[in-house]
Structure formats: C-alpha cells, structure tokens
Write a new protein. Sequence first.
Length: 80
Amino acid sequence: MTHSHKLHFFHLIWSTKNRLPLILPEIQHRLYPYLGAITQKNNGNLIEIGGMPDHVHLLIEFSSLDKYFHLIRDLKASSS
C-alpha cells in the first residue's frame, strides 16, 4: 500500500499601505511571533519570516490547499 504526503511551500510577501515604513523594530518584535501563531492556528508551519519597514516576507509550509485561502485571509486581516 502506498502512502502519499503532500507539502506545499509558499513565499508570501505583502506591503504596508502605500508602502509606508510602518513596521518599526518595536512593532516588528511583536508582529512576527503573532503571524507565526496565526500560521500555527491554521495548521501551517512558519519556516522563516523577515522583511523591511515597508513589507513582510513569510516562508510557510502548508499541507492543506483547501484551507490555504483561509490562512491568507487570517494573516492579512490580523496583521492590518
């Protein structure tokens, strides 16, 4: 009997409104763990996170494509 296991990796990038430099160090140290917790809540794995004051990069491992859009929605809505 064969078993298959699917993993999908996504590199997500989004910027602040009007690309304003709003992600300051005092916000960044709270924002990154917060985004990681949202990813875990949606059964994903945050591999790496980083960015600049005007944008964020996330590398996410996610196995369920059915819930991918829910993850993106939660990440975007919660980080606004």
